[in-house]
Design a protein around this ligand. Structure first.
Ligand code: MN
Ligand code: MG
Length: 380
């Protein structure tokens, strides 16, 4: 072998050896497939699609989905994989909602104005709040048909005169499983089955008894979850997101029946993230009320389950960032971080930080907003 050739061979061998070592460390560093999934929430919008206070007839920067929409776009840009959900209470609560109700029937050509805005934001799923029932069941059904995304609720059943039992008929689809194509941290495409289930506070049957009596009945949230979560797992859900239209604590009047709060729901095995609402609060925040055993305000977990609550009227966007790792043949949530982003805040008591409104949502709502103002002007 020529001298030069030998030198070349050694160099080549060291290069190959180096490649092997490098490959090994690379494999160690990257580890098992890992997905970062961002779950986003709006809740208790009560018809507030734009920054307008119909009560006082004035513009406002403090709430409205057109501003939350800008936060949604920003949050989507920051994350490779995301899902957007709404937690209910949208069909009753302001002048726009009242106008929509007075001008029904709604149909495919006359979609409820809230869904004109929400459909453009491409929500993945939603659950119904108690205020969806305020104008009656027929109006709710008519309105929800305008949503381009599925509504899920597992604890409202068709009243059949019998006690609550296993074969009761669900009024809504109890859950949906979203086959989400995601990109993992190595840049590979993965399929993640995200199960989404919905719950409502049973107080709705009391508050809206004129519509519920003889038609619908509501089951305990925790018991319903314990029934459905294993079913969702058996149908292939890799992770499970619960949309709960109930507060951290139960409504007054439900205390004697345990299991209807988010705190109770958080203890159910198999739920990876809880998006909640109804009580018009934000979670997590540094608040004495939230400093209770089992709650970690730094990460936003309740009894180890990730949770978030996004205020009301679109004044906040709720986010849960999940790190999901493929281990032992299944996807597992390894860590989470819950955060809330306001559309408006005051800095140092004077300066205001305002999120700009999304011009598309404002444009889409323009006519209905004007019609609502005309309606309110001529209302007795
Ligand atoms: Mn509400
Ligand atoms: Mg509510």
């Amino acid at each position: 072998m020529k001298k030069g050739m030998k030198k070349y061979t050694i160099t080549l061998l060291s290069f190959i050896a180096l490649l092997l070592v490098w490959n090994q460390t690379e494999a160690e560093v990257s580890g098992p497939p890992t997905i970062h999934l961002r779950v986003m929430e709006t809740t208790d919008l009560h018809g507030n699609m734009i920054g307008y206070d119909y009560e006082d007839r004035r513009k406002t920067v403090e709430f409205g989905l057109s501003r939350t929409a800008s936060l949604i776009k920003q949050a989507r840009n920051e994350s490779p994989n995301s899902l957007l959900f709404d937690n209910g209470d949208i069909l009753e609560g302001n002048g726009l909602d009242e106008y929509a109700y007075r001008s029904h029937p709604l149909d495919m050509a006359n979609v409820h104005p809230v869904f004109k805005a929400m459909n453009t934001l491409l929500y993945d799923a939603a659950t119904a709040g108690n205020h969806e029932f305020n104008y009656g069941i027929d109006f709710m059904e008519e309105s929800l048909r305008g949503a381009n995304f599925p509504y899920v609720n597992a604890n409202i059943y068709v009243e059949d005169g019998n006690q609550l039992e296993e074969d009761d008929l669900n009024y809504f689809n109890p859950y949906t499983i979203i086959e989400k194509e995601v990109t993992d941290t190595a840049g590979e495409k993965q399929k993640l089955n995200v199960g989404v289930i919905g719950f409502i506070t049973p107080i709705v049957a009391e508050w809206n008894k004129e519509y519920f009596r003889g038609n619908l009945k509501v089951k305990n949230i925790k018991e319903t979850a314990e029934h459905f979560i294993p079913i969702m797992k058996s149908k292939g859900a890799d992770i499970i997101v619960a949309l709960a239209h109930t507060g951290l604590q139960s409504d007054k009047g439900l205390e004697e029946k345990k299991g209807n709060s988010v705190q109770a729901l958080s203890k159910v095995q198999g739920i990876d993230a809880i998006l909640f609402g109804h009580s018009h609060s934000v979670f997590p925040v540094k608040d004495e009320l939230q400093k209770v055993p089992g709650i970690d305000l730094k990460t936003g977990t309740i009894n180890g389950t990730a949770a978030v609550q996004a205020g009301y009227w679109g004044n906040h966007l709720g986010l849960i960032d999940l790190k999901i790792v493929f281990q032992g043949g299944e996807w597992k949530v390894k860590s989470s971080l819950s955060t809330i982003r306001p559309v408006y805040r005051t800095i140092k008591s004077k300066k205001k930080e305002v999120i700009p409104a999304d011009p598309l949502i404002e444009q889409i709502m323009k006519k209905d907003h004007q019609d609502a103002l005309d309606f309110l002007k001529h209302k007795k």
